[in-house]
Write a protein that binds this ligand. Sequence first.
Ligand code: NAD
Length: 281
Amino acid sequence: MTQLSMKDTLKLADGNQLPQEGFGVYKLTDQDVMDQVINTAIEAGYRLFDTAQLYENEDLLGNSLQASELTRDQYFITTKVAENNQGYDKTITSVQKSLDLLKTDYVDLLLVHWPIHTEFFETWRAFEDLKAQGLAKSIGVSNFHQTHLQYLATKAHEMPVVNQIELHPYFSQPTMRAFDVSQNIVTQAWSPLGRGLELNDDIINGIATKLGKSSAQVILRWEIQNGIAVIPKSANPKRVVENASIYDFELSDEEMAAINSLNKNQRTGHDPELVYEQAHQ
Ligand code: NAD
């Protein structure tokens, strides 16, 4: 087992490894809960932890990881620069603050949380410099459409290696995923469980019952088999373990096709194009 296993790792265009499954910590804002959930997640095998400046819990996550049994090279941290902190100088200053809060010298993956038209290129220039300084091992984006990536390419010296986007069976983004693949960008799904949206879907429930798995496990397995990275979140220890227990079964081609056909372009979150125009979420 590699040091950064969960269960498979994906190779990024910059040569670094990304654990395909990680753990999202959005809305975890209590230190005791964070400690308990992170310990459970580590025991269950998660090695990637996804936070953001906006979540206001980088310090809590940093405390929990520092107190854990893992050494720094055994876990992977993602954080994201908030819209208010975009722009060259503000990005640099805010990432230094994030590193202090996370109690680390570097993040494994730094993401632009949302594209905004006002600071679009300057933020990315700061990202390239932060990577050159070793403060971020890999740099990527979140919530970028194809047009945002194409626009970024007109000035970028290096392109994002990850695009973290909303993705779940009712919003499976086939066109965006194909574009990411064509650019050697790994697609990472946020809200991979649709925040619960598809857990009672008849097709997914039917497959889950047949396989003796939960709907959540079937959805995550569908994403993994589609080559997508996932960062499910739960504060419930039983579900944290359940969401990691998806490597002892496989979905057939027919089952994959049945879930692929569920797409309804149904978002649970903001439309990136509106955030880009308005320069905030
Ligand atoms: P999710 O799809 O992971 O759903 C989480 C919810 O699903 C939980 O609140 C829980 O109630 C339920 N759940 C989890 N496991 C379950 C199980 N096994 N059975 C039944 N219910 C279960 O949605 P999310 O929390 O919105 O997204 C996950 C992570 O993605 C976040 O924690 C965050 O790190 C990241 N995220 C990123 C962005 C972005 O803009 N980049 C936006 C939203 C979330």
